[in-house]
Design a binder for this molecule. Structure first.
Ligand code: ADP
Ligand code: MG
Length: 231
């Protein structure tokens, strides 16, 4: 548990650092962009225009990356409230289905029984579900089904994201959730570590079980809010 805490502190520190570097990078980037736009006016020849257009598009790419990192640490103050997370799950599954369809993945939600309310920041939990769904979809390059399950089990609200994708090799499992650990060419390796941090802040747990070549189950368990007596 101590090791886990150290890891979470590291996530926070890394996010802060990445965010402030990104912020510093964006100012000179904006200046370069303006200078290049000036050159576009001064150098009308085709061979110059092509190079300048390429420079601008690469500058935009850097700017996009920097912007993503800036949002990392800019997570606003938590807003905890007692809430039913079912509508958030329904909405998120619907939204992510649109992205998933492009890679031939179908996402479905099954809600089993009544779901007790949870003391939570709904926006943060949505971020976790998005992160888990993205990983599930990315694990299925040839398409298929991703199932999201929402249920209650002995005083806990359980949210599972089940994919039938590439799976995770056993020796990779201990490294999951380590900031910047990624096996993807364009991955950030931040989705799981941020999700771990959020779920930890909610007094819950996040576990991944996986079989190589068969798929992965990501399971979030959150304590149900104590029932309010109305009698
Ligand atoms: P990223 O998705 O940017 O790589 P994450 O923190 O979300 O970063 O995930 C870290 C790594 O964990 C991934 O690169 C991948 O190797 C592994 N992983 C996470 N979820 C899954 C999954 N559902 N199936 C297979 N591998 C996964
Ligand atoms: Mg990810």
């Amino acid at each position: 548990a101590e090791e886990q805490l150290r890891r979470l502190d590291k996530v926070e520190a890394v996010a802060q650092l990445a965010s402030s570097i990104a912020h510093e990078i964006r100012n000179p980037l904006a200046a370069i962009k303006m200078a290049v736009q000036g050159l576009q006016m001064d150098l009308p020849e085709r061979r110059h225009q092509d190079v300048l257009a390429m420079i601008l598009s690469e500058l935009d790419r850097i700017d996009n990356i920097a912007e993503q990192f800036m949002h990392l640490a800019k997570r606003r103050e938590s807003q905890f409230q007692v809430a039913d997370i079912r509508p958030m799950c329904e909405l998120t599954v619907r939204l992510m289905s649109i992205t998933a369809r492009k890679s031939g993945v179908r996402v479905s939600l099954s809600v089993r029984g009544d779901i007790p309310p949870v003391r939570c920041d709904v926006a943060q939990l949505q971020q976790v579900l998005i992160n888990l769904l993205k990983n599930a979809i990315e694990a299925m390059p040839d398409g298929g089904d991703v199932e999201v399950e929402l249920l209650e089990e002995s005083g806990r609200v359980v949210l599972r994201v089940i994919d039938h994708g590439i799976g995770i090799p056993e020796d990779e499992l201990p490294r999951l959730g380590e900031p910047f650990h990624t096996t993807k060419p364009h991955g950030t390796g931040l989705g799981l570590s941020i999700s771990h941090k959020i779920i930890h802040d909610h007094g819950g747990t996040l576990h991944l079980t996986s079989r190589l070549g068969e798929g992965t189950v990501a399971e979030v368990r959150l304590p149900a809010a104590p029932a309010v007596r109305t009698d």
